[in-house]
Design a protein around this ligand. Structure first.
Ligand SMILES: NC(=O)c1ccc[n+]([C@@H]2O[C@H](COP(=O)([O-])OP(=O)(O)OC[C@H]3O[C@@H](n4cnc5c(N)ncnc54)[C@H](O)[C@@H]3O)[C@@H](O)[C@H]2O)c1
Length: 255
């Protein structure tokens, strides 16, 4: 059985996760809580988020703090980051994870739809960082992980408002890494491959798409949310103290 790596420096650190209630985000919440970190997360999915908190009540870091929040509301998102710092101590780790890969027909996209996609997939990463950085500066450093995607590297169609936002993630990563390196704040991009979460299985997994995935990957395995969490925890930990402004891909060798 696989046992996740343990990073003792993560114990007692405050970790803030967007979209931490289900999918990959739930594996992040669980993984960091198991390290002994104090985890606060925002999500719109209340039922799975509350169930996750109940399931993790006895984790090493104690019960995670779930703050219901739609990250399209920048003021609410920033207030949630503040609350995490007040309740658990200054935020040391930010996981910019939440996103939505809804498909869209290019010729039917309106400006309002476009803006709404950016309000989920792009804007919150910047403003969550803006809220967390002063806390990280106060505590003498921190780590930010921005979630990208291999979809744009594979040249996938059907969702340019998603793939554009995901391609832009690395520009944000590199810009912030440069500006806040002097504060010992590290910023990296993490690009999952095709992670077969419940949502992916329900919405997009067909026998044809799965065959393409298996043909594309060098490794014939199903990547799970925990595989992505392993990389995220490494990047958040002091083991990665010299690593910033980089892109890390967990895709079994596809992109
Ligand atoms: N699953 C994959 O195959 C895959 C592939 C490439 C990249 N990614 C990236 O990994 C990250 C996580 O993906 P996932 O597959 O776990 O997604 P998911 O849809 O399963 O989970 C996203 C979480 O964010 C929450 N969320 C969505 N919109 C929100 C909003 N407006 N406000 C607050 N919370 C909101 C959802 O409720 C959910 O809990 C995303 O950045 C995604 O782009 C995933």
């Amino acid at each position: 059985m696989h046992r996740p790596a343990i990073y003792p420096d993560l114990a007692d650190k405050t970790v803030f996760i967007t979209g931490g209630g289900s999918g990959i985000g739930a594996a992040l919440t669980e993984g960091f809580a198991a390290q002994g970190a104090r985890v606060a997360f925002v999500d719109i999915a209340e039922a799975p988020s509350r169930a996750l908190v109940a399931r993790l009540a006895d984790s090493a870091g104690g019960a995670p703090l779930f703050i219901p929040c739609d990250i399209r509301d920048v003021a609410a998102l920033k207030a949630a980051v503040e609350r995490a710092g007040t309740e658990f101590g200054d935020v040391a780790v930010l996981m910019n994870n939440a996103a939505n890969d809804q498909r869209h027909a290019v010729l039917e996209v309106t400006p309002d739809y476009w803006d709404e996609r950016m309000a989920i997939n792009q804007r919150p990463m910047f403003f969550a960082a803006q809220a967390a950085i002063p806390q990280m500066q106060r505590r003498g450093g921190g780590a930010i992980v921005n979630f990208g995607s291999i979809s744009w590297r594979l040249g996938q169609g059907g969702m340019p408002a998603y793939t554009m936002a995901k391609a832009a993630v690395h520009g944000l990563t590199r810009g912030l890494a440069r500006d806040f390196g002097p504060d010992r704040i590290r910023v990296n991009s993490l690009l999952p491959g095709w992670i077969l979460t419940e949502r992916q299985k329900e919405l997009w997994l067909t026998p044809e798409a799965d065959a393409e995935r298996r043909k594309g990957q060098c490794l014939d395995l199903e990547i799970g949310p925990a595989d992505v969490a392993e990389m995220a925890m490494f990047l958040a930990s002091d083991a990665a103290r010299a690593i910033t402004a980089q892109e890390f891909i967990v895709d079994a060798g596809w992109a």
